[in-house]
Design a protein around this ligand. Sequence first.
Ligand code: PMP
Length: 368
Amino acid sequence: MAAVGAGGRSPVTLPEVRPDLSALAGYHSAQVDVEVRLNTNESPLPPPIGWQEALTAGIAGIEFNRYPDRQAVGLRRALADSHGVGVDQIFCANGSNEVLQCLLLAYGGPSRTAALFEPTYTLHRHIARITGTTVAAGPRRHDFALDLDVVADVVAGSDPVITFLCSPNNPTGRADSLEEVATVAGIVPGLLVVDEAYGQFAPSSALDLRRQDPSGTRHVVVVRTFSKTWSMAGARLGYLVADPEAVQACELVALPYHLDAAKQLAGRLALDFVDEMNERVAAIAGERGRMASAFAELAVETWPSDANFLLFRPTARDAGAVWADLVSASVLVRDCSQWPGLTGCLRVTVGLPEENDRFLAALTESLR
Ligand code: PMP
């Protein structure tokens, strides 16, 4: 049989990737095989056993030969009830990263700008660039609080269609106050997207603003995730609470049936375990306090955290060397030491008490 293409097509080359993407490095936390993983801000605890049982039973009833509920109505209704909003104000996706991507696909793109204040969650900038959205960035203050003058300048200078806040802010840990968020909401020309991936740890939420002044905060979008406090990072589920118009915009760009049936069920069932979730938040906050107190005795600079992680900077040793010492002790933390605005910083997720003990012992040894 003659070979296909006989006559000689020269070796096939693939097209160049979009030129605006070629400079982008992927977003990856180093995955090293260690015993104590404190690098990605997950919950150290599995979901409640009651949830696992209910999910197993529920999965047996799923018709896997059928597409899932395209509108994810059961899940969205449960979320809407939990927040006291309408089902038309909830949009769900595969992790809050995908929620952010949908917002940027719907509202961003070429000739549009997103504003953000760094250091902050790096995926805001990353997804903006993937979607062809211009990024206008301003610095946070030295203590990582928002500088409202900088915010006003960046917003006035760039006319952003989306302004991102991250509260509590990853990787610095600090939550913006309700007054600060309200001030920013008062000056942005487009959407104000408040990423509250760690919202359950924070003293306030932009959802409070939406409740207090529904018509004046129609443009405020609050993004949440099941990955952290709900112990469900493996399920990949996130959502937003917003004006129905913004929900419809996200639905325009989401792929059909993007939320599988098992995920919809997993999320809906999780909402029956709010008490367990709150207990975990309290336990982790307690451990966070213990770790912060231990830091006070060590040669590190650290910052107050309203989340399930702490940022710290070794003052007497190179951060990269400390990170490597910790890995040698089978403890993995996030190395932020080369990130803009975070020179010499490491970030540690609050783990189980025994994991935190291992971390503190290894850190003490490294700094000795
Ligand atoms: N926002 C922030 C601030 C985060 O830290 C993370 C997780 N690193 C996410 C969003 C994404 O979370 P997920 O996609 O797992 O919901």
